[in-house]
Structures are given as structure tokens and as C-alpha cells.
Design a protein around this ligand. Sequence first.
Ligand code: AMP
Length: 447
Amino acid sequence: MSFENLDLHPAILHALQEAGYTEPTPIQAQAIPEIMAGHDLMASAQTGTGKTAAFTLPAINLLVTPHPARSRGPRILVLVPTRELAQQVNEAARKYGKFMRSRAVSIVGGMPYPVQNKLLSQPLDILVATPGRLLDHMERGRIDFSRLQMLVLDEADRMLDMGFMPDVERICAALPSERQTLMFSATFDGVIGKIALQLLKKPKSIHVAAPQTKHENIEQRLHFVDDLNHKNKLLEHLLIAPEVKQTIVFTSTKRHAELLSEDLIAAGHRAAALHGDMTQGARNRTLTKLRHGNVNVLVATDVAARGIDVAGISHVINYDLPKFAEDYVHRIGRTGRAGRKGTAISFAAHNERFALRKIEQFTGHRIEAAVIPGLEPQRKPQAAKPGAKHGHKHGSGKFTGNKFGGNKFDDNKKSGFKPRQNQSYGGQKRRDDGKPSFKPRGNRNFA
Ligand code: AMP
């Protein structure tokens, strides 16, 4: 199938040609005709499948026909869970609508109100927004939804996880009921399925292939880790490998993202943190540096890194395993973009096997454990007594200099990443290939 078969306006086809897209992805081939026929839609599709264009293209196509009303409010509203995703959808709308007179605006938290008020006072066609900030503006009477024809809920499951559903429901209640509603979600199981039934009218349902088939170009592997010191040594080893171009390292908390990035910078890496406590401006600047290759190690949290689309990301490292199996899919999808190959490496403590199994069940893909000579885990899983908290024995004692003050590592809480001056990213020496090399100090203390 080609885009020409989809009845899209020639101006959109022109933009697609310019973007270098030759044929629709499966979600686009299935969703676009249903949306253009005016149906509501529930589509289960992961990021990386081309889902953004699947709704943005028919949305823009809708704009070909002028709206009879004189008002200036948006005709299409896209609700998204994060600022990054808002920015990405907004950019997609601009890219695909480049040869049409469509006006797209994004309204997210963290941006000054006066700037947004100005944006909202101008005529617009597509409004991309995060729910909380949009609701603020709606309550101040700043948005006229009388022209609204289409509502898109993107990554609806994530909006639910993040507690946005009450806001989403209030927003929906304030929109014209005569509208088309499209819902994209990784899953429609459980609560999100019930919400879909409430919000959608006779929806068409689309499911694109399971995530594992979407990650064929991503090599996935796993390293069992004994403790934090072992994790850091592995990270050091991986980051200096010549095939590692740009990496996203995922941590479980904002604070750890911040601290780890600072330590990597101190060790000579071009590293930066990306997390939800940063201002929008700071996040944008970091993403620009990543895109331009001025940052090659991004230490990020799940929410902040969602949807990042940078072709140069060769590796994703799960420094901490994700809390939800679904996040694993979102994380590893940051590499292997634009038809390239990618590598996703996860660190897991032996007592995280259950979480690993959940990930494997979700993706349908077994993650093979690998070892790096000289950095093998010293603890064998079977050595762990059932129910026993471990973390005090360190095998052969090869990893000297660790002091563990308890079992916190095993609880998957970083046991005080605090003594940064004693962290493992000690060395500043550069290798011949320009990559920093680490010279860990002996006396690290993570207790
Ligand atoms: P998404 O799942 O919307 O995050 O899109 C994933 C990536 O695929 C983005 O980089 C898009 O620009 C790209 N993409 C979307 N549709 C196509 C297509 N039909 N052909 C090639 N690339 C595409």
C-alpha cells in the first residue's frame, strides 16, 4: 500500500514525500481509512510504530475543508501525558501540515502563562496539550472549543498511570459531544478499557503487532549485578566501548538521574540529566544538545524520556529496571530509530528476577543474560536462600572497596548514592579514541 491510496490531500502527500516516507506503517494503513471515514477509534499501538502520523495525517486532512463557524478555536485537540510528547506531536503536525495553512500550538505545564495566553488568543487548528495546564486555561475561559471536531487521547494508559484521568474526563465533558474521538494506548486492559467504552462511540478497534516484532532491530541483553559498585563498573565498561555512540541511561528516580549524570560529567563524559523536575527550557536545551550530538550520555527517568526520537541513540541502558513492564518497551524503543540497529542492556539484581519475568512475558521476548570477562557477577542466584535478604557477601571479594550498610540495594532502593566524592566515576583520563576512561577509586562507600 502507498500513501496515495489513502485519499490524503496532495499537500500532505508532498510533506510525506519530503519526510522520506515511502509507505504507511501498519498502524497508519489500518487507522487512517477508519479515521477518514469518521469513526471513533481505539488503537493499541506502542511508540515507534508510527502512531503519531496515524492520527496526525487524517487530522490535518480534516483541515482541508474549511470550518463553517467563524470562531478561532482549535478543530483538533490532542491530549498527551508529557511535555516531550506534546512537543513531538506538535512538531509532527507542523511537519505534515507544512504545505497547508494549518496552525498547531502546544500548551504544556512549565511554560509561562502569558506566552500561552498569547498563543491561545490567535486562530489555531490543532492544539496539543497536557491535561493539567489545558484545564487551567479552560477554567479561565481562554479556549473556545466550539469548532472542535476531533479529540485524540495519545498514550491514554500513561495518562491514567500518571493520574490525569480526572482532568481528561473534565476536559472531555466540556467539549462538543458531536466530535470524533480517537484513543491510542499501549493496552486497553482493565480501567483504561472501561474509560474507552465511556468516551468512544461505536469505536473501531485496531491492534498492531505485539511489541517484540517491533524491536527486531534492537539487540536486548542483560547483566546480573551483585551490587551498586558492580553496576557502576559495568556502566563504565559499557560507555567507553567504541560502538557506543549515544546512550540513554535510565534510572528509577529524578535524583539518581541528576547525581549519576553529574558523576559521569566529572568522569569526562558529555552527559546530561533529563527528568521531570527540570524546567521546560532546560529540558529542551538538553534534548537539543542530544540531537546535535553535544550530549552523548543522557541519564533520564521514564516519563521525561518518553517519546524521544533521536536517530543517533545507539544504546539504552536500564541502570535500574523499570517499575512497569510496559516502560521497558518505551525505554528500549529510544534506540533502533529510523531503521537503525540498537542495543538495549539491562542491569538486574538476582532478586529482580520476578520483574524480569514480567518484562519477558509482556514483550514475549527472552532477554539473554551476558557476562563481561572480569566483570562477572560473583553471586550465583541459587546461592541466595529463599526469603533471605542478601547483600553482605561479595563472593570472592574481587570487588574490593565496597561497603554495604545493609540490604537496601536488594530492595532496589539505591543505598544512598550520596557519597558522590567517593563514587566510582573517579577517573578523568581520556583514551586515544577520545572516550573518557575511568579510574575508579578504591574506597567507594554506598552505605
Ligand atoms: P511514532 O511511533 O509516532 O513515535 O513514530 C516513530 C518514528 O517513525 C518517527 O521517527 C516517525 O517520524 C517515523 N515514521 C512514522 N511514519 C513513518 C513512515 N510511514 N515511514 C517512515 N518513517 C515513519
